[in-house]
Design a protein around this ligand. Sequence first.
Ligand code: ATP
Ligand code: MG
Length: 422
Amino acid sequence: MKKIQALRGMNDLLPAQTPIYQYLEHTVTGVFKQYGYQEIRFPLLEQTALFKRSIGEVTDIVEKEMYTFSDRNDESITLRPEGTASCVRACEQHQLLFNRGNLIQKLWYHGPMFRYEKPQKGRLRQFHQFGVEIFGIGSADIEAEVLMLTARLWALLGIEKHVELQINCLGSSEAREAYKAELVVFLEANKEQLDADSQRRLGSNPLRILDSKDKNTQALLNDAPKLSDYLSDESTAHFAQLQALLDAANIRYVVNPRLVRGLDYYNDTVFEWVTDALGSQGTICAGGRYDSLVNQLGGQPTSAFGFGMGQERLALLVDELNLVPNDWLESLDVYILALGNVATQALLLAEQLRTIHPTLKVQTHCGGGSFKNQMKKADRSGASIALLLGENEAQNNEVTVKYLRDEKPQTTIKQTDLERIF
Ligand code: ATP
Ligand code: MG
């Protein structure tokens, strides 16, 4: 019988990889807390209408990437493809956003997202995002603070030299509509020079054409109308202010006038942190301002800014660059060998060690076996110290310490002196 396999693009994370994910979760959420963010958790499944209404009907996600199906009651439900829509829905449902009280919310989340994409390196059908969303602050300083937060994180992870910040200003939806009309006129006149995907988008989502990777399309776009010429004075000033703040904080960036984003709800500032170390899946963190979304989903007009960060892409990056600290990769510190009829003492000795040193990772050999066999297992376990407990040692309340990774000689000591070796 053919064995059942996992679904395509839905990866198992095996013990060799989970420490990398744990390290990222610890580090990323630690930085979120440093900036005063609180965690929010929302369900994996939502009503399909939530994503259609927020992300936009003609976006890639809604058009072809969502896992949508009917439940047993014939309701259309969708596995969340991103976090922002659910976050806004949850905040509204539980009245976390009161405009009159001018209440600010700074929230973070982490968890799996689902998109039916073509699986490849750094692109999965179930992937994990860290995200933050800030409600109630319309000024550029919160945008700068969020970018400082991400820059601090890259420095902590050691990847700051491998990432570049790109920013752009999309303006208001009115400005974008006016620009879109002019862009379409220009592109229609040069339609035959566009790649097939861009030709398709001309009728549905023309702004996304700016982001085309096709060489001919890119060349054509050099002569196309520029979004920056359509921005209001307010948007232009806001964007200038953000750049001044980034300059003051010494955060390097490039203005990429072609940076649009795949989701409809953004306005004014958008950004991406990109790396060239992961091939075409180069964006590790992306976000922007979305001041109309709360209102669009039924709430009061509320300023909002946020980002999503791909955990798999970060994991690939820190792993390939060998940046995961050994502490996280080593699953064991001490391996206790039980030689002869000493199983009880070995278990108790391990317990004693765990009590004295709660952070020590201790494993006892359970199940017998020869010295050679147990030694092999100790070696493979990654532990730096093996404790040998034979019948003689047990009788004398002693234990033999063998250093597995250092050139130190083995010694036999009293069990009560064990503390000293750590
Ligand atoms: P891309 O252009 O790479 O498809 P996106 O614009 O669709 O990304 P967002 O919706 O902005 O991505 O999600 C934020 C981040 O989540 C991305 O920058 C990326 O790091 C990560 N991400 C998005 N889709 C996937 C995926 N299918 N697999 C792994 N990570 C993903
Ligand atoms: Mg995508």
